[in-house]
Design a protein around this ligand. Structure first.
Ligand code: BTN
Length: 314
C-alpha cells in the first residue's frame, strides 16, 4: 500500500473530510484524491460523499486497507489471501530494506512453529509477521516475544476469551489442566551482530475463526471458545498493544509486569526441556529479557530457553 493510500485512510478514519481539505492534507491534486477514493471503493470500502465531504460508511472485513483503517500504530500492512509463511515473506522483505511492516495472510500453506516444528495455518486465522529494526542489543530481543504474547492475550480477552500465557510465549485458554489448550504461538527470528540487531521478525499465529478439528491435538480456537471474532479489530488491538509495549524508546522492562499479570506458569510446577537438560521445579518468576526462574529441590535456576510443560502439583 502506498503512502498516499495510507494517509487517505488515516484522514478518513478521523471523520468526514471535504475533497479540497483531503487534497491539502495529502499534498496531492483533487483528481488524485478522487482516484484513491475510487481505489478504496474497489477494495470494498463504502465511501459516501455528502455535504461534509467524504465519509466511510462500510469497512471491508479483512485485508490491507481494512487493517490499516484506524490503526493506531505506525505499521504498514501487506496482505495475502494465501501464502507459504508470513515469516518467510517478512524475511524476504527484510533483505530489501523494509521495516515497520506487517505481513498478514488469511491462510498459510507452509507455516513454521518454534524449534523447527510445523504450524497449521488454515483460512480464518490471524497469521501475521511484524518486520522491525529495533535499535536495541540482540540480548534484549527475547522480551519482544513476551510483548507479543501479552498483546495476543489482551486482544483475546477483549474478544471474551480467558487467555493466559505459558512461558515463554504460548497463549492458552484458561481452564483446569489438562483442558488448557493452545490458542496462539509466536516465532521470533532475527539477524544481527553481537551488539546490533539488523532485523527482527515477530511471527504471530492465532487460531481465530478456525474449526478446532482442523488443528493439532492440544490446540483450540477463538471460534470454539467464544465464536468468530472480527479479525480486523482483533489484529488492530494486538498491533496497538505491541507497539505501546515496544515502540520508540519505551522501557522494555515494563513488559515483564504485564506478562506476569497474564502468566499461567508462575506458581506452577513445571518441567522445562532446555537444549542441555531437563529442569523440574516451581516456576517462581520471570527475569529480563524473558528468562524463567525455577526453584528446584536443591537450587534456584534461571532458564533462558526451552519447552515448558505445566505439571500437576505433587
Ligand atoms: C509456535 O508456537 O511454535 C510458534 C508458532 C508461530 C506461527 C506463526 S503464524 C504466523 C507466522 N508465520 C509462520 O510461518 N509462523 C508464524
Amino acid at each position: 500500500m502506498n503512502e498516499t493510500r495510507r494517509a487517505l485512510l488515516d484522514a478518513l478514519a478521523d471523520g468526514p473530510i471535504e475533497g479540497p481539505a483531503l487534497a491539502d492534507r495529502l499534498d496531492v491534486s483533487r483528481a488524485a484524491v478522487w482516484k484513491q477514493v475510487e481505489a478504496l471503493r474497489e477494495a470494498g470500502f463504502g465511501i459516501e460523499s455528502g455535504d461534509d465531504g467524504y465519509r466511510v460508511v462500510e469497512i471491508p472485513e479483512y485485508g490491507a486497507e481494512a487493517i490499516a483503517f484506524g490503526l493506531e500504530a505506525p505499521y504498514r500492512i501487506e496482505y495475502h489471501d494465501q501464502i507459504g509463511s508470513t515469516n518467510d515473506r517478512a524475511r524476504e522483505l527484510a533483505e530489501t530494506g523494509e521495516a515497520d511492516l506487517v505481513v498478514v495472510a488469511d491462510e498459510q500453506t507452509g507455516s513454521r512453529g518454534r524449534l523447527g516444528r510445523e504450524w497449521i495455518g488454515p483460512s480464518g486465522g490471524v497469521w501475521a509477521s511484524l518486520l522491525l529494526r529495533p535499535e536495541r542489543p540482540p540480548a534484549e530481543i527475547p522480551v519482544y516475544a513476551l510483548a507479543a504474547a501479552v498483546a495476543v492475550a489482551r486482544a483475546a480477552r477483549e474478544a471474551g476469551a480467558e487467555a493466559v500465557i505459558k512461558w515463554p510465549n504460548d497463549v492458552l485458554l484458561a481452564g483446569e489442566e489438562p483442558t488448557q489448550r493452545k490458542l496462539a504461538g509466536i516465532l521470533t527470528e532475527m539477524e544481527g551482530e553481537a551488539d546490533r540487531v539488523s532485523w527482527l521478525v515477530v511471527g504471530i499465529g492465532v487460531n481465530a475463526n478456525v474449526d478446532a478439528g482442523a488443528l493439532p491435538d492440544g490446540a483450540t480456537s477463538l471460534r470454539e471458545a467464544t465464536g468468530d471474532v472480527d479479525r480486523r479489530v482483533f489484529l488492530q488491538r494486538l498491533l496497538e498493544t505491541f507497539h505501546d509495549l515496544t515502540g520508540g524508546d519505551t522501557d522494555l522492562h515494563a513488559i515483564l509486569d504485564e506478562w506476569r499479570a497474564l502468566a499461567a506458569t508462575l506458581g506452577q510446577r513445571v518441567r522445562v526441556e532446555t537444549p542441555g537438560e531437563t529442569i523440574v521445579g516451581e516456576a517462581i518468576d520471570v527475569q529480563f529479557p524473558g528468562s524463567l526462574v525455577v526453584r528446584t529441590d536443591d537450587d534456584e535456576r534461571v532458564v533462558h530457553t526451552g519447552d515448558c510443560e505445566h505439571l500437576r502439583p505433587v
